[in-house]
Ligand binder design. Structure first.
Ligand SMILES: *[C@@H]1O[C@H](CO)[C@@H](O)[C@H](O)[C@H]1NC(C)=O
Ligand SMILES: *[C@@H]1O[C@H](CO)[C@@H](O)[C@H](O)[C@H]1NC(C)=O
Ligand SMILES: *[C@@H]1O[C@H](CO)[C@@H](O)[C@H](O)[C@H]1NC(C)=O
Ligand SMILES: *[C@@H]1O[C@H](CO)[C@@H](O)[C@H](O)[C@H]1NC(C)=O
Ligand SMILES: *[C@@H]1O[C@H](CO)[C@@H](O)[C@H](O)[C@H]1NC(C)=O
Length: 502
């Protein structure tokens, strides 16, 4: 690693190596119908969207619902007790129907097959809803094509993809009832682009579709803000602002005693520069010169190849940056004793906002809310994800009962009691999973049956019990190593059932 010399003014120089489509770039954005927490560069998008900012379920009344061909992608249980994600097709012609279902299936698998939402998958359903479009692709130059939701880009830049017909999208989602908790508008375009908010907009871009989807779902499902520098929305279980208050993720800290990892951000710029070959983008900044290490980070979009760009710091070629990043930022860090950079270390890592205000995040770069190219959340966000999903999902799907019957033929003098079988249908977690959780996750279900308030020890942990008539209660407690604190008791469920045998 390079050492920055003491108290110097440094020059960062970014140039295109040869003609490439240097696009404006992004790391993240979000617009919500009610609550705008957009990263700064989406002010422009937000202004445009404000005209329909009052879209809510009621205002879809009378809006025609487009024809929808629904296919299940990954179904874990009944929609009234699951969080349902639904992909809607935009810019897919009738004869691109198979491509739509394949694109949606690939994206669902990418975010839940072996990573991101993998361990909570039994709380979720994934659906694909196809509507044929009259034109293929996503509109450009601010003009939608003839498609159900009217997705379009501004100009041709690879950044935001907006929707012209949110009410149609709202009506389509509302028509599915419980089957559509999180609508995802999938625009048929191979390149980068998307938008967060009530409708997550993505493209099936192989490089970025899933990356945008999981990040935006982090915002909308867990309700977390950003973890990257230079934004303004830092909230939720992964954000901490006041060092005099208790650390929200104290239970996840690697070392019991919390400390701030030593770093500073001497330069941060959302330049939005359209790079070209004739004039480089440059910035001058001051380094305190008191840190052992530093990091230069860029986000760039519309760069087909990393070799299209060259970055220099004080005349020294830093080589090719990782492709597909956004703004320009320089961070300085203490050495490994002062700033633990290794993955899996939980501490207080400073995050610097666009106004250089400091908040703290749990890990250096473990979370996709900071590093969008990372496929996973950190443990603090995963715990938040469980608690958020379990707010809407009960661990008990149902209790069913068979008809009462006697064990053997009863005599008139000494009648056998009639018995029934109660079946407890649980959300398929722990030993009930169809696909096992990764080995590092330990989990279990404890089941307690009781009759008239008396615990029936012999029925402990049974999902099928044979009982006579009476009033029964069942209590279920789920435990997972991914949740350490459950103040609201969301990992528990209780149901009662009365058995009456005539
Ligand atoms: C998950 O699967 C994808 C695609 O098969 C693969 O690229 C990735 O490395 C896998 N991730 C893990 C954590 O196994
Ligand atoms: C930080 O927390 C302390 C202790 O709760 C409180 O007294 C103080 O006002 C807080 N500071 C800010 C800036 O909110
Ligand atoms: C942010 O504040 C720190 C500490 O005051 C300072 O060293 C740093 O240069 C500032 N960064 C920017 C981008 O203003
Ligand atoms: C290159 O970018 C600079 C700075 O944005 C601009 O002034 C100049 O006109 C651009 N040149 C060309 C050829 O586009
Ligand atoms: C029920 O299952 C839980 C979780 O595996 C276990 O801790 C408990 O000991 C079991 N109870 C009985 C009575 O087997």
């Amino acid at each position: 690693m390079l050492l920055l010399p003491l108290l110097v003014t440094s020059l960062l120089h970014v140039a295109l190596a040869h003609d490439a489509q240097g696009g404006k770039c992004l790391t993240d954005w979000r617009h919500d119908d009610f609550d705008v927490v957009a990263a700064p560069f989406f002010d422009e998008a937000q202004a445009r969207l404000s005209s329909w900012s009052s879209t809510d379920k009621d205002s879809f009344a009378g809006v025609p619902v487009p024809p929808l061909e629904i296919r299940p992608l990954a179904i874990s249980g009944p929609s009234n007790n699951r969080v349902d994600l639904t992909f809607f097709a935009d810019g897919y012609l009738q004869d691109e129907r198979d491509k739509f279902f394949a694109d949606a299936a690939r994206l669902a698998e990418d975010i839940s097959g072996n990573q991101t939402f993998n361990t909570v998958k039994p709380l979720m359903n994934f659906w694909a809803a196809f509507t044929p479009s009259k034109e293929s692709g996503v509109g450009v130059g601010g003009k939608p094509k003839d498609t159900p939701f009217g997705l379009y880009r501004d100009g041709t830049e690879l950044r935001g993809v907006y929707y012209a017909h949110p009410k149609v999208a709202g009506a389509a989602c509302a028509s599915l009832g419980d089957q559509c908790d999180y609508p995802i508008l999938l625009g048929n375009d191979p390149l980068y682009g998307g938008l967060g908010g009530r409708f997550t907009v993505i493209t099936p871009s192989l490089a970025n579709g899933a990356l945008i989807l999981r990040h935006e779902l982090g915002h909308s499902i867990i309700g977390v803000g950003e973890e990257y520098d230079g934004g303004f929305a830092y909230f939720g279980p992964n954000a901490y602002a006041n060092l005099s208050e208790p650390v929200p993720w104290a239970r996840w800290l690697t070392h019991e005693k919390a400390r701030v990892e030593r770093s500073v951000m001497p330069m941060q710029d959302y330049a939005w520069a359209l790079l070209n070959t004739s004039s480089p983008w440059t910035v001058t900044f001051t380094s305190a010169g008191m840190y052992a290490r530093h990091l230069v980070r860029f986000s760039v979009s519309g760069m087909p190849d990393a070799s299209d760009m060259r970055v220099e710091l004080d005349g020294e070629d830093l080589g090719q940056p990782e492709a597909q990043m956004c703004n320009a930022e320089i961070l300085e860090f203490g050495d490994e004793d002062e700033f633990v950079s290794k993955p899996g270390h939980y501490s207080l890592y400073p995050t610097f906002s666009q106004t250089n205000k400091t908040t703290y995040r749990p890990t250096n770069e473990d979370c996709l809310m900071r590093q969008v190219t990372t496929p996973n959340f950190c443990k603090v966000c995963i715990e938040g994800l469980w608690l958020a999903l379990l707010q809407d999902v009960s661990l008990i799907d149902d209790i069913t009962m068979t008809a009462c019957s006697s064990l053997s033929s009863s005599s008139a003098i000494n009648p056998e009691p009639k018995l029934t079988t109660l079946r407890l249908h649980l959300v398929p977690l722990a030993h009930l999973r169809t696909v096992p959780a990764p080995p590092e996750v330990t989990e279990s279900y404890s089941i307690t049956w009781s009759k008239d308030g008396e615990v029936l020890h012999e029925l402990a942990n049974k999902t099928e019990v044979y009982v006579e008539q009476g009033r029964y209660a069942v209590e279920v407690q789920y435990k997972t190593s991914e949740v350490r604190v459950d103040r609201e008791g969301r990992l528990g469920a209780r149901e009662e059932v009365t058995v009456e045998c005539a």
